[in-house]
Each structure stands twice: as C-alpha cells, then as structure tokens.
Design a protein around this ligand. Structure first.
Ligand SMILES: Nc1ncnc2c1ncn2[C@@H]1O[C@H](COP(=O)(O)OP(=O)(O)O)[C@@H](O)[C@H]1O
Ligand SMILES: [Mg+2]
Length: 497
C-alpha cells in the first residue's frame, strides 16, 4: 500500500471537563474514501475539524503529505490541501453568493481598491457549475437559496480549491436524493484522481455503499476500522452503541387501535399549492403518520395544525375550538417539533434549562409564581428521563450534539404536558441509539393516551410506528393504509410519486 496522506496520532481534545477525543489514531491513504460513523457526541466532527484546521488538538501530532501538519485556520488548511464542508454552519446571510464563495479571498478581484464584481461573479459562476448550479445568478444574496442549494454552494467552494482531502461532515442529511448524488459523484471524482475523502454521515446504508473503509467512534474513542469486505450492518451498529440494541427498534405490536374521539382536525384546509382542500383527523391515542416527498405539502400541514400557518380557507380545530395561532394551539396542549430545529425549535443563544422550561411556564407557575426551584426540577426531570448528554442544565444548547439538541426539543414539549404532539421529521440527523429512544418514547406516550402525528421523509419509520399512515402528494392526500405486519415500503411508495 502507498504512503498515507494524513496521519493523526494520539489525538486528544478536551472541552473543559468533556473529553471529546481520547488518544485517537486516524490514517487516510491517497485514493481512499473513508467513512466516520458513531453516535451523536462520539467525536466525529471534532476529529475532522482538527484535521481541517478549525481547532487545534489538546494533545497529539499530525502529518500531512509527509510533513508536520498544524494548520492555523480552515483557510490555511484549505490552501494546503484539506477542505471541509462543516456540519452546522452554512453560508453567511446578507452577502451575495459570489462573496460567500470568495470570502477572505476577494482581493484577487480588486485593482486600486475597487472590486471588479463582474469578474468575481464570472468566476463564481464557474465554481457553481461544479455542482450543477450554473443557472443561479451569483450576484443574488444567499438568502434566496434553500437549505440544499446553500449546502451545495459550500461544497462547490471547497471542491473548487481541489483539496487532497475533501472532508464532508453530515451534509447529506440536508440534501435530497439529487443533491446527494452530486456529492457522491464529486467523491468518486476525487478517488479517480487518487485524492481522498473523509465522509461523515448518519446513514449507515449510504456509508457502506460509498466508502472504502469505515471507522467507528464511540465516546471519543476509536473502536474499530473496517475495510469494505468486512462491512456488516449488525456488527457496525453494535460497535456504535457498545451493546446489542436490545428490544425493538420500532414498536413490536401490530394492534393499531386507538380511541374514536377526534382530538385535532383540519377541514378543507387550503394554503397555496401546499394544501388543497385537505381534511384529516387525529384521534386520541393514535400515532398517525404522514409521508410523501418533501415537497408534497406535509411540512406545511404540520405547521397549519399548530396554528403557525394562516389557512386561506378551511379550519383547524381541537376539541371543538378553532386553532388560529401557536398560542391557541399551546392552550389546547398541542406541542410541535419543527423539522428545522436549529432555527425554529430551539433558542440557540439560551441554555438547556431555558429552552426546556419556556413552554412549561404555566405548569411551573403554580399560584402565579415561577420559582427557580420548580423550574430546575422540571428541567432536571426531562434531562434525566431523556438522558440528554450534557454537563449541566445551564449549559448552552448550541454546544450539544444534534441528537441531544433534539432531545431538548422533545423535553420542552413533554415537560409542559402536551396531549397532542406534532413531530416533523423528529429523527432527522440523529443516530440509531437516540432514534430508538425516541421511538420508545413516542410509543409510551401513545400508551398514556396522548395523540401523535409524525411527519417524515423516512417511510420505514412511518410504517414501523404508525397506527394509520396517510400519504400526501401535491398538497392532497393520495393514499391511506392501516397498521399491519405485511405492510412494506413498496405498497406505499406508489402513492407518493
Ligand atoms: N465547542 C465545544 N464546546 C464544548 N463541548 C464540545 C464542543 N464541541 C464538541 N463538544 C463536545 O464534544 C463531544 C464530541 O462532539 P462532536 O465531535 O461534535 O460529536 P459528533 O460529531 O460525533 O456528534 C460532545 O460531547 C460534544 O458535546
Ligand atoms: Mg458532528
């Protein structure tokens, strides 16, 4: 085998008392696509961001192309051959797409202090063409782009610098199948040129398909590296969680029964192309799944049921009362977990404590007084029952890993005794250990008589969890199936497309 291109030796990283990485060795070879997998908080982003110059290690050494490697910044690393598309930061709002692409590098287009925008935009166009976005005007602000296109701009920006190692951290979660395919193509192209990829994803199927080698991390330790011939789904899952996944992944019963009582209802709801005369009822104790392609209107349906989208006609009712706003929805004990949890569901500037307690203030305010003690107790209860991995309730929510952030969102709504929960892609971007915990929690809530609506782009989880499953297409319901052992994806997918 050839010489490694990157050697990371004995790498540790501490954040205060948190040991994010504990003496990890990682080697990458030319022409290798290496996958990193592990539960949330296992250290995947930390190790890759150290290689890519985002932060220094607390301990350990690195060699890149045979030389000592200690990049001063991400720009420095990119210049010398390691480029990373980061997990949770995107493009910067308020400046143009071209300016985003050439951030920190705009001087190349200036003469005598004036930026030649025409030249810069032309160069940006060429870079955008690398990800099939040549039809987008680079002079527009990035805010006109949706999440997928913003991610693709970041990818283009990195790949345009022809890195020897292309690091992709959890980017595919934000992408549709076409967006994903673009990334896979770029990775294959890297490999063809004998360059390397470090690929982090939650999607084990995807990793096993795309990668040559897979490294499993757990709690900051490197557990095992496997080559393609050694890939075995069950073994990898076990290595990730450090134990056999005991019990059922989804629920195990095929009962599918629930109360007749309707607790939440939308009648002839209209909202542009998203909802077309849509009628749907959620019953007490029911887990109702809503599936479809991401553009089918189901995300808007979730918002409408929570009073967050003003219907053009039709109405939403809970217990006979009309829901007209998020406030009335909350008064009717409706909770809502947004798909876009970072910007909608959590206040990233606040602590875990503040985020969980905000929706439960009524419950805390017995006799009109919110005592600090009540607040802390409610929050502690949620942190422990959901096993949120954190140092303390006052820790900033922005420091938590994706799955733990999602648990905080759950805790917020459960803590205030929601009777009805609307969950939009609740397990998006979380790994199997946390997913299983969430499925168990959702099932427990059903058993307690709560009513749950799950909107998801993952058919397997909808089939696995729902009592009843409706499929949407072009703003309307195109099919409905009930829980049964024989139900499979191919029986449902026809309603979607
Ligand atoms: N900037 C930071 N401050 C404090 N703790 C952090 C920071 N970044 C990561 N951590 C912690 O380090 C651990 C590893 O995190 P991370 O590398 O993001 O995991 P992964 O990417 O595998 O989900 C987690 O416990 C996380 O909370
Ligand atoms: Mg990460």
């Amino acid at each position: 085998m050839s010489e490694p291109i990157l050697q990371m030796q004995n790498i540790s990283k501490h954040f205060g008392l948190t040991v994010a990485l504990d003496h990890v060795d990682l080697t990458v070879y030319p022409g290798e696509i290496r996958g990193l997998i592990g539960e949330n908080g296992s250290g995947k982003s930390t190790i890759s961001s150290i290689a890519a110059g985002m932060q220094p290690a607390t301990e350990g050494t690195m060699k890149f192309k045979g030389r000592d490697w200690a990049p001063k910044s991400m720009t420095d690393a990119l210049e010398h051959g390691i480029g990373m598309v980061v997990q949770e930061r995107g493009t910067i709002g308020g400046v143009s797409i071209a300016e985003n692409i050439f951030l920190g590098n705009i001087d190349q287009f200036s003469t005598a202090g004036f930026v030649n925008r025409r030249k810069m935009n032309q160069a940006a166009k060429e870079i955008l063409s690398l990800v099939g976005m040549e039809n987008i005007d680079p002079a527009l602000p990035t805010t006109v782009l949706d999440l997928q296109d913003r991610k693709l701009v970041e990818i283009a920006k990195v790949i345009a610098r022809k890195p020897d190692i292309f690091v992709v951290d959890e980017t595919t979660t934000a992408l549709s199948q076409t967006g994903r395919q673009k990334i896979y193509d770029l990775m294959k192209e890297q490999k063809k040129q004998n360059k390397s990829v470090l690929f982090i994803s939650h999607d084990l199927d995807e990793l096993m398909e795309v990668c040559d080698t897979l490294t499993v991390l757990r709690d900051g330790n490197l557990i095992k590296s496997l080559t393609k011939e050694e890939f075995d789904e069950e073994e990898i899952k076990q290595l990730m969680v450090g134990r056999e996944l005991k019990g059922d992944y989804y629920r195990s019963d095929y009962d599918g029964s629930y109360d007749k009582e309707v607790v939440l209802k939308i009648e002839n709801g209209n909202f542009g192309e998203e909802l077309k005369d849509l009628t749907l009822e959620l019953h007490k104790g029911e887990i109702l799944g809503v599936g479809g392609l991401s553009s089918c209107g189901m995300h808007t349906l979730g918002k409408a049921l929570f009073g967050a989208v003003p219907l053009q006609s039709g109405r939403v009712t809970a217990g006979g009362q009309t829901i007209t706003s998020e406030k009335t929805a909350m008064q009717h004990k409706i909770g809502y977990v947004s798909k876009d949890r970072d910007t909608e569901a959590l206040n990233m500037d606040a602590s875990i404590l503040d985020n969980i307690s905000i929706a439960g203030l009524d419950k805390i305010a017995k006799h009109g007084v919110i005592t600090k003690k009540n607040e802390r107790n409610l929050v502690k209860e949620q942190i422990s029952s959901l096993s949120v991995k954190c140092r303390e309730p006052k820790q900033a929510v922005s420091e938590l890993s994706g799955g733990n952030k999602q648990k905080v969102v759950f805790g917020k709504w459960i803590g205030c005794d929601s009777e009805i929960l609307i969950l939009d892609c609740p397990t998006r971007g979380v790994d199997i250990g946390v997913k299983q915990a969430m499925y168990q929690l959702i099932y427990r809530m059903k058993k307690e008589g709560k009513s749950i609506l799950i909107i998801s782009e993952e058919l397997a989880e909808l089939i696995g969890m729902s009592d009843r499953l409706v499929i949407m297409k072009d703003g309307a319901i195109s099919g409905e199936v009930t829980r049964s052992e024989s139900l499979n994806e191919s029986a449902v997918i026809g309603y979607m497309i």
